[in-house]
Ligand binder design. Structure first.
Ligand code: ZN
Length: 240
């Protein structure tokens, strides 16, 4: 089965910041879409400024996994669309949240915490250590991924304890961060992956792209029974 992936990008930095335009002339989503297509996935982009942010009922109904990058315009995402995405995650759509998507409405709603953290832009080295070598999201990697220049995100990261922790980052300035976190919500699977500041060419890094593809495949794994709640006046067995 071909995985259907919608790569969502806010797309505003690219319009306003020449430095970001230079790094990602076709948008930050473009190298991600390209790589996922090379992996045999049916990947397409959607951006904030399209009608319904490119996330219509029809698009989401045909999406197995949604990836999410946002930063400067989290507040411009309509609550109605956030509800729509949330409903699809509960139904079993996978969600891969990238970098500053940690502060998106959808991620905070799914986590139920502030999702706040420490940060610094100092072109420092990040070493992303694999801390779950048996996990499918770490498939094909070495012990760590090294990124020469990235923004720092530091603990404490105010999220619920992840159901599975795949990566922990070390930064040159001394901080650490839980940078690859898996969560289950309803029938849906959520993977948060940290790197990807808009002024650095992180989404051209083969290993970063590999992790995104692995995360998409993991989040798309078949889900169990549909959600069923509420009053059950008829018991399955006769109650003696
Ligand atoms: Zn950033």
């Amino acid at each position: 089965m071909t995985l259907r992936v919608t790569v969502w990008n806010e797309g505003r930095h690219e319009k306003k910041n020449p430095k970001v335009q230079q790094v990602y002339p076709e948008g930050l989503h473009a190298p991600i879409v390209k790589y996922l297509r090379e992996q045999g996935m049916d990947a397409r982009a959607a951006t904030l400024d399209e009608p319904e942010h490119g996330l219509t009922e029809a698009v989401l109904a045909e999406t197995d996994v949604l990836t999410w990058w946002g930063h400067m315009a989290h507040g411009d995402v309509q609550d109605e669309i956030v509800e729509r995405v949330h409903k699809r995650v509960m139904e079993g759509m996978g969600l891969v949240v990238l970098h500053s998507g940690h502060f998106s409405k959808i991620f905070r709603k799914l986590m139920g915490t502030s999702c706040d953290l420490k940060w610094r832009e100092a072109e420092e080295r990040e070493r992303i250590w694999v801390v779950a070598p048996g996990h499918p999201i770490a498939e094909g990697l070495g012990e760590y991924i090294e990124i020469p220049h990235e923004e720092m995100y530091g603990e404490f990261f105010d999220i619920p304890a992840p159901d599975e922790l795949v990566f922990t980052s070390w930064f040159q300035g001394g901080e650490i961060f839980r940078s690859g976190c898996c969560f289950y919500r309803g029938r849906g699977k959520i993977f948060y992956f940290r790197p990807g500041h808009e002024t650095y060419p992180t989404y051209y890094n083969e290993q970063v792209l590999r992790v995104i593809a692995n995360g998409v495949r993991w989040a798309a794994l078949p889900a169990g029974p549909k959600l069923a709640f509420g009053h059950r006046p008829q018991p399955l067995e006769k109650i003696e």
